[in-house]
Design a protein around this ligand. Structure first.
Ligand SMILES: Nc1ncnc2c1ncn2[C@@H]1O[C@H](COP(=O)(O)OP(=O)(O)OP(=O)(O)O)[C@@H](O)[C@H]1O
Length: 578
């Protein structure tokens, strides 16, 4: 746990200091317990030795205060360290995320990231504020007690010590059992939570297909499984707990028998035995505590692992120097690309001329989205090259690359601000006039006028108060404002109402009129027909390339496609969600 934490938070010195402070308070607590022996001796002597009793009481009070002061001294450092760990890890994750390829976010749903940042960093920090200190103290206190008892009578010291190896053996055996069981319980809970979220999200589908009750079955199964897992896990946990309690009680019995035997032999006084028994009860307490800590250690371990997973994700290599490309021509040169070893693009070559609109069409799963993402270097190609203005995208610094393009995808994210604020994000230094111009060109002013608070209206988290088409209009306005040479666009598949359809088309025309290089995954026939070049993609390669008229004349796949889709209702070239 600590080794893993130090890999992502390399401040061993601070941790050593914290360990030192907890050793000190563990020793102080041990001394406090050992002082019971002379105190009870003095009180139970016949006649009671009041002077000695008062003296030892004084020592108890001084040690007690020292212990309390030590606790606040150690805890202050523990909380400060935890705070620093949380702050450092969150900053590191934030900094690292900025260097990760965009493709990482495709494969890592936001829930996982949110859990790593918001939930796991505090849990990882709790390692130093709770778990590690308790572990250190649970060892330092009994060790001091044993040393004190040895000082009084070595045979009683041995009797105390007998428990320790037995407790260590049980701990070694039960540790993995507790950790694994905790892991099984965590997995069952995660599965149940996942099914519950799925059940909530899929409500519209279930209800529209009249399967509301059947839809509940997977969640019910997951909840049943979670209950079953918890029942058997608790049973599994009972055995190590019982064995541990048994060992601790056995140790106590050994101390009792040894004490009685020594007292009967006249080698220990009765007050000594009573004091040692009191001590034995307090001695086993921290030992028992170690057994209880395994669940917390497991949780902390998982938390550290989750943060570490994000921090060790590899960023794409960045070139030492980079210069913006001379033109906006995009070239795919013999590109092969696979997801997890499964090839999606195969030796694909395509030139996308600068200042023109290229429409990508083809069946679902052909590789159109992948092609668009490779231009923005979501991932690196397996072989071949993607070039912009003759420069390999791998030779462009990510900042230079992103300066070349605007991305208008289907899942355009909007922040919970006004439409104007959301558009301004593309160019924070733009003048009000430039923002209004972009907003008007994307026909967003019509949307704003409809909103209850007009320009002041907030769009809600993720832009939920806007429709998919309206969100795409915001992204088009961003692209207009950012004014980059290249625009990557994935038209929304959902049927747009005539107003949104016309507005999106107007936005695209405005981009085209500004001489942008537009690469669009086209879902509307009008976009395809008006494109300067159409690339038909199938099974990861370009099977046809040309203008609408050229491809119709060729009577190949595109012509068949066009005829079929023109006939079909909905005017869609491709279908299916991305
Ligand atoms: N992140 C990913 N991880 C693994 N496989 C993926 C990933 N994204 C896409 N794929 C797979 O790669 C293939 C091509 O997907 P892509 O989204 O590029 O096709 P597409 O032509 O855009 O399809 P559609 O029009 O349905 O969106 C598909 O088989 C898809 O399942």
């Amino acid at each position: 746990m600590i080794k893993r934490l130090l890999q992502i938070w390399p401040h061993g010195r601070m941790l050593n200091m914290l360990t030192g402070r907890y050793v000190v308070i563990g020793v102080l607590q041990g001394c406090l317990l050992v002082t019971i022996i002379p105190l009870l001796r003095a009180v139970l002597a016949t006649p009671p030795d009041l002077d000695a009793a008062v003296r030892w009481l004084g020592v108890v009070v001084v040690l007690g205060f020292a212990y309390l002061a030590g606790v606040s001294w150690a805890k202050a450092l523990g909380y400060r360290t935890a705070n620093e760990i949380m702050r450092d890890l969150q900053h590191d994750v934030g900094r690292h995320l900025r260097r990760l390829p965009l493709g990482w976010f495709v494969g890592n749903p936001s829930g996982r990231l949110a859990r790593a940042v918001a939930q796991s960093t505090p849990s990882a920090a709790s390692v130093v504020s709770h778990v590690w200190p308790e572990l250190v103290q649970s060892i330092a206190t009994p060790a001091t007690v044993v040393a004190g008892v040895f000082f009084i009578d070595w045979r009683m010291g041995v009797a105390f010590l007998v428990t320790v190896p037995a407790a260590m053996i049980v701990t070694r055996w039960s540790g993995p059992v507790v950790r694994d069981t905790q892991g099984i319980m965590d997995d069952a809970s995660a599965e149940a939570a996942g099914r519950a979220i799925e059940f909530a999200q899929a409500q519209p589908v279930f209800r529209s297909t009249g399967r509301a009750l059947e839809g509940f079955a997977p969640m019910e199964r997951a909840l049943d499984e979670q209950r079953r897992t918890f029942r058997s896990a608790l049973t599994r946990l009972t055995v190590p707990q019982l064995v541990y309690v048994g060992v601790v009680q056995l140790g106590f019995t050994i101390v009792l028998i040894t004490g009685t035997w020594l007292a009967l032999g006249g080698e220990l006084t009765v007050p000594d035995v009573v004091a040692l028994l009191v001590l034995a009860t307090r001695f086993v307490e921290p030992l028992a505590q170690v057994g209880n800590l395994f669940g917390a250690i497991r949780s902390a371990d998982i938390a550290v692992e989750r943060v570490s997973e994000v921090l060790t994700a590899a960023p794409l290599p960045e070139p030492g120097t980079s210069a913006p490309p001379a033109t906006a021509e995009i070239e795919f040169d013999d590109v092969t690309f696979s997801y997890d070893g499964r090839p999606v693009l195969r030796e694909l070559s395509l030139t996308i001329p600068a200042g023109a609109m290229t429409a990508l069409v083809g069946p679902s799963g052909a590789g159109k989205t992948t092609l668009l993402r490779l231009i923005a270097r979501f991932w690196d190609v397996d072989s071949g090259a993607v070039r912009i203005g003759g420069t390999d995208v791998r030779d462009l610094a990510s900042g230079d690359l992103m300066d070349q393009m605007s991305i208008v995808f289907q899942d355009n994210y909007l922040f919970d601000g006004t439409i104007e604020e959301n558009v301004r994000l593309a160019a924070p230094d733009a003048t009000d006039e430039q923002v209004r111009e972009a907003v008007t060109a994307a026909r967003l002013d019509e949307v704003v006028e409809r909103l209850p608070d007009g320009w002041q209206a907030r769009v809600g988290e993720g832009g939920l108060s806007l429709s998919g088409g309206e969100r795409q209009r915001v992204a088009i306005a961003r692209a207009l404002l950012k004014d980059t040479p290249i625009v990557l666009l994935d038209e929304v598949t959902a049927a747009l109402d005539p107003e949104n359809e016309a507005a999106v088309a107007a936005g695209m025309s405005a981009l085209a009129a500004r001489g942008k290089t537009i690469v669009v995954i086209a879902h509307r026939l009008s976009t395809v027909v008006n494109a300067d070049q159409i690339a038909v993609i199938d099974a990861g390669t370009v099977i046809e390339l040309g203008t609408h008229d050229e491809l119709i004349e060729r009577r190949g796949r595109y012509a068949g496609f066009y005829a079929e889709r023109s006939r079909a209702a909905g005017w869609r070239i491709t279908s299916g969600p991305r």
